[in-house]
Design a protein around this ligand. Structure first.
Ligand code: NAD
Length: 352
């Protein structure tokens, strides 16, 4: 299928490179509201530079739009693409508000187009393997999950961090473990959270000062049907030793997944005594890092096979409701109930 990118910022080049590696995907062109960015990416990959979103959407050759804009533009761009009859894969979060996310799910249903959303890192070799080990009872019934999204001070590497600070670490990186957690254990039912702003003023690489409007540190406790989880999200503490996800089972054993994002993350299991960690080899060669085009290839395959794609918009919308609930609990205090649900994704065939 023919793919076009909307948004040519920090992540776009990595998407374009990953897309190029798939026979089932062809990068047609790119656009950005800042034309210099789309011109540079189009030149680097030898594809069309569309002058504006409308021009891209008017190209009948484009089958799938990949939304790589800033979070606050996601819902508008995705809606426009669906209305134009394109399938869409959106970077996370699918929308900033739950009602917007639900409207996109409904729009995709009405237009008969597919809508998938990042994060889709559960498609990685390490993440699928960890999920299989948990399903196979490697640690017994999982009752507690710890998830650590310590992402450091992103202004130290991101050239335009303001848009990501505007939504904060809960929205920007909390979505990764939340998506894996809910795929594995089903919807979240209740949350309670506390947060803080640890460093309210930041400085970009270009020396520009900006003030934070969202907390840079939030810890939440989430109740799901069968597990309780603790999620840390911060744009202050670096990865350090506390990163990834840890699954704690009823028989006293634990499984540690070193990253929810990198497909070649390591998996360690504790011994029966629960003290010593042993590395579990992955059953297949992992992609080094994150293959950003994997959900796109999976989407295209699902369309061809007439089956649901795995990175569903319904699950992404549920995650947005969870994020809203955590933010409300953090701001107002007390627990917040969550109502929405979704059909969980199937494991990949090789890991089923
Ligand atoms: N940077 C990363 O490492 C990274 C990793 C994973 C996911 N993401 C996600 O990818 C998305 C983009 O992140 P980024 O870091 O590349 O941000 P960025 O700010 O570097 O790039 C976003 C680009 O979108 C363009 N844009 C904004 N509104 C637009 C619109 N309406 N139409 C067309 N272009 C528009 C901006 O001009 C900008 O060039 C975000 O959702 C982010 O969460 C980023």
């Amino acid at each position: 299928m023919n793919v076009a990118l909307v948004g040519c910022g920090s992540i776009a080049e990595r998407y374009a490179a990953c897309i190029r590696a798939y026979d089932s995907l062809r990068l047609m062109g790119v656009t950005d509201t800042i034309p210099e960015r789309s011109a540079a990416l189009a030149a680097a990959f030898g594809v069309t530079q569309y002058g504006a979103l409308d021009e891209l959407l008017a190209d009948d050759g484009v089958d799938v739009v990949v939304n790589l804009t800033v979070p606050e533009a996601h819902a508008l761009v995705t809606a426009a693409a669906l209305e134009a009859g394109k399938h869409v894969h959106s970077e996370k979060p699918i929308a900033l508000r739950h009602d917007e996310a639900l409207a996109l799910v409904e729009l995709a249903r009405r237009t008969g187009r597919r809508l998938s959303s990042s994060p889709a890192t559960l498609l990685g070799e390490a993440q699928q393997t960890a999920w299989k080990l948990v399903r196979d009872g490697a640690v017994g019934d999982v009752r507690v999950v710890y998830a650590e999204a310590n992402w450091g001070r992103i202004e130290s590497w991101h050239p335009s961090p303001q848009a990501l600070y505007a939504v904060g670490p809960l929205v920007d990186v909390g979505v990764y473990p939340l998506t894996i957690l809910t795929a594995m254990f089903g919807p979240v039912r209740r949350v309670v959270a506390v947060g803080a702003t640890l460093e309210p003023e930041r400085i970009t690489l270009a020396g520009e000062r900006f003030a934070l409007t969202a907390p840079d540190f939030i810890v939440s406790v989430l109740e799901l049907e069968s597990v309780v989880a603790r999620l840390t999200t911060t744009f202050w503490v670096r990865h350090g030793r506390q990163r990834g996800m840890e699954f704690h089972g009823a028989d006293g054993r634990s499984l540690h997944l070193s990253s929810f994002q990198e497909f070649d993350a390591s998996i360690e299991l504790t011994s029966d005594a629960g003290e010593t960690y042993t590395v579990v080899p992955l059953p297949r060669e992992p992609f080094p890092g994150t293959d950003w085009a994997r959900p796109l290839a999976e989407l295209v395959e699902a369309i061809g096979e007439g089956r649901p794609h795995r990175a569903s918009a319904e699950q992404a919308a549920h995650v947005v409701e969870v994020i809203e609930a955590i933010a409300r609990s953090q701001a107002e205090g007390g627990a917040v109930e969550i109502r929405s649900g979704f059909e969980p994704p199937a494991p990949l065939d090789w890991a089923s």
